[in-house]
Design a binder for this molecule. Structure first.
Ligand SMILES: *[C@@H]1O[C@H](CO)[C@@H](O)[C@H](O)[C@H]1NC(C)=O
Ligand SMILES: *[C@@H]1O[C@H](CO)[C@@H](O)[C@H](O)[C@H]1NC(C)=O
Ligand SMILES: *[C@@H]1O[C@H](CO)[C@@H](O)[C@H](O)[C@H]1NC(C)=O
Ligand SMILES: *[C@@H]1O[C@H](CO)[C@@H](O)[C@H](O)[C@H]1NC(C)=O
Ligand SMILES: *[C@@H]1O[C@H](CO)[C@@H](O)[C@H](O)[C@H]1NC(C)=O
Ligand SMILES: *[C@@H]1O[C@H](CO)[C@@H](O)[C@H](O)[C@H]1NC(C)=O
Ligand SMILES: *[C@@H]1O[C@H](CO)[C@@H](O)[C@H](O)[C@H]1NC(C)=O
Length: 518
């Protein structure tokens, strides 16, 4: 009862079953084929037993040889062999008969949680080149997948009420089960890339819900910090009515139950719903959610999950026909910095997806089908930030200097990386000029296009005849749909796009927060 102990790198926690009755079980999300968090963290194993009983958890290696299948014709590379899997046994000793439970085919590796809304939910069968991606599933038997069911709750749940996909070895069926079900394409491809780099098992836990706003994934603490607990999120567009509308209900049912599991980090693909709801609060709610999840996962895992675990996210792409004017990019995930990691969001990383729009997606243009590039860019961030790979370029080029040549009506924007110029664009840079010596951030002014006139390896020159003073606002790709698929003007030589930015009140590149215009 309430027993705790450290067994061979696992932390075992056993308690009384809140459902009552005489039960002896692991918590819902422990199962055969799972990946437990590897060293240096201890994996937490928890479950329920009888009052007064003692529970021992032990770890062993199976004596049997694992079956190996011959490679199929289309299989290009045989999967690596990570040796004999472990099994985890829990034995209960009470006044009754001794009981035991065994989890089989267990590996130790890195566990990542994948959360967000429909772009995280989109499955492998919905993306570009789906059949190829699905057919390659058997090449990755050491990337294991798990999907929580869509459940809302008004109180914090201790355990998942339902599971859509129990821990599984990937197959074409469980990666492409159906539209917006399991398994998440971004999560899968991210894990697969990590596996290719790390060469050890990866466990992926998907807990996401289409059309959800961040308020539903936030605990009361987060909401209190950011303007109070809203009664109900009112959606402005009927197409987004699909998601839950109450605050904290997904935190309660789909995140809180997972707190006791030890994990490496989280990836997050959310924000589309908050382009319509509580948009101006996102610069508070998102950093607060990250901090809250970090605190609570650390505490829930008895300190095994790092207190500042890596948190990656996707900067959402636009959808056609939803122009919110100046507010359009303001459900901005970087706490107004324009890049990650930053001071308010340490140990985070961002995948820029501004150039991955998909006008003809059968799921609507808000659901672009190129998830390969999203996952690739995210995994670069993870390698650099979470795994500390030195010298790895994971961000696109950011401006470091802006010089206004008022006499000639030119603006020079210098970038911190060598540029790959794909095309010249007349409207993607915009300026807002004033003859007044000072223009505060609150003062409105008219944005006008500043056509690109020339470019060199590290700089772009814009034409802006109206700008004479040094007080100039400047923004790039600050629109729902700034360019066509993979056709933004500026990339680096690793094909990472220059991220959107907006310098307000005064052009102070590099350090200016990319604030939303009023
Ligand atoms: C549980 O362990 C304690 C300490 O070793 C022992 O005193 C107690 O008798 C055990 N209880 C049962 C039900 O085996
Ligand atoms: C586990 O329990 C089964 C019966 O439920 C029993 O046959 C077996 O010997 C037990 N194993 C261990 C290691 O206690
Ligand atoms: C986590 O473990 C603790 C025991 O340390 C337990 O009381 C709690 O119910 C478990 N679940 C959650 C969600 O914290
Ligand atoms: C998924 O959506 C596509 C496009 O709307 C449709 O063709 C396909 O039948 C759907 N698949 C399932 C399993 O519902
Ligand atoms: C978030 O943005 C809003 C609107 O631009 C601004 O008023 C507010 O001060 C910002 N909050 C934080 C915490 O940065
Ligand atoms: C889809 O497959 C084609 C042909 O192999 C390839 O050129 C293209 O880059 C793939 N698209 C994505 C997004 O992976
Ligand atoms: C801007 O860039 C152009 C072309 O690189 C250069 O000729 C010009 O001197 C620059 N102007 C300023 C003010 O830096």
């Amino acid at each position: 009862h309430g027993s705790k102990g450290v067994v061979l790198g696992c932390v075992a926690i056993w308690g009384l079953d809140p459902r009552g009755g005489v039960t002896f079980r692991f918590a819902s999300y422990y199962g055969d084929h799972m990946v437990l968090q590897k060293k240096p963290a201890g994996a937490v194993v928890w479950g329920y037993g009888e009052a007064g009983a003692n529970v021992t958890v032990s770890l062993s290696k199976d004596s049997k040889v694992i079956m190996k299948k011959m490679a199929q014709v289309e299989v290009v590379r045989a999967p690596a062999d990570h040796g004999v899997p472990y099994s985890v046994m829990a034995e209960q000793h009470s006044r009754e008969e001794p009981k035991n439970l065994t989890l089989r085919d267990i590996y130790f590796g890195d566990v990542w949680l994948c959360s967000g809304q429909s772009n995280m939910e989109m499955t492998v069968s919905q993306i570009i080149n789906a059949s190829k991606e699905l057919s390659e599933a058997p090449l990755y038997p050491y990337v294991r997948v798990f999907t929580a069911s869509l459940i809302q709750s008004e109180v914090e749940l201790q355990d998942l009420a339902k599971i859509d996909l129990e821990w599984s070895i990937p197959t074409a069926e469980n990666l492409g089960h159906g539209n917006f079900s399991y398994f998440s394409a971004v999560c899968w491809l991210f894990g697969r890339h990590l596996y290719e780099t790390l060469r050890y098992p990866i466990g992926l836990v998907e807990s996401s819900w289409g059309g959800s706003c961040i308020e539903s994934w936030s605990s009361g603490r987060v909401l209190q910090e950011c303007g109070g607990v809203p009664k109900r999120m009112e959606f402005l567009l009927p197409t987004l009515l699909s998601g839950p509308k109450m605050p904290s209900v997904l935190w309660n049912a789909m995140i809180h139950p997972l707190l006791n599991m030890s994990l490496t980090g989280v990836i997050w693909y959310q924000g589309e719903a908050n382009a319509l709801v509580n948009t101006d609060l996102y610069n508070c709610t998102f950093p607060a959610l990250i901090a809250d999840w970090r605190r609570t996962f650390h505490a829930g895992s008895e300190g095994q999950t790092q207190s500042l675990f890596p948190f990656g996210f996707v900067q959402v792409t636009g959808s056609q026909g939803t122009d919110h004017g100046d507010r359009n990019r303001c459900s901005e995930p970087t706490a107004d910095y324009g890049y990650a990691p930053n001071k308010r969001m340490p140990n985070t990383f961002m995948a820029v997806a501004v150039d991955l729009c998909d006008e003809h997606s059968p799921y609507g243009s808000i659901h672009p089908r190129d998830k390969q590039n999203v996952a690739y860019r995210l995994h670069l961030g993870a390698r650099a930030v979470a795994y500390g790979e030195k010298g790895l370029v994971f961000q696109g080029p950011y401006p470091t200097k802006v010089v206004v040549d008022g006499a000639r009506g030119l603006i020079n924007v210098t970038y911190g990386q060598e540029l790959l110029l794909l095309l010249m664009h007349d409207r993607i840079f915009e300026v807002c000029c004033s003859d007044r010596p000072q223009l505060s951030a609150q003062e409105p002014c008219q944005w006008v296009p500043a056509p690109m006139v020339s470019a060199s390896s590290h700089a772009v020159t814009l034409s802006s005849p109206g700008c004479r003073a040094a007080v100039t606002r400047l923004r790039y790709a600050w629109a729902e749909w700034p360019c066509e698929y993979r056709q933004c003007p500026l990339y680096n030589k690793h094909l990472l796009p220059a991220p959107p930015f907006a310098f307000l009140d005064q052009v102070r590149p590099g350090v200016s927060p990319a604030k939303c215009p009023v």
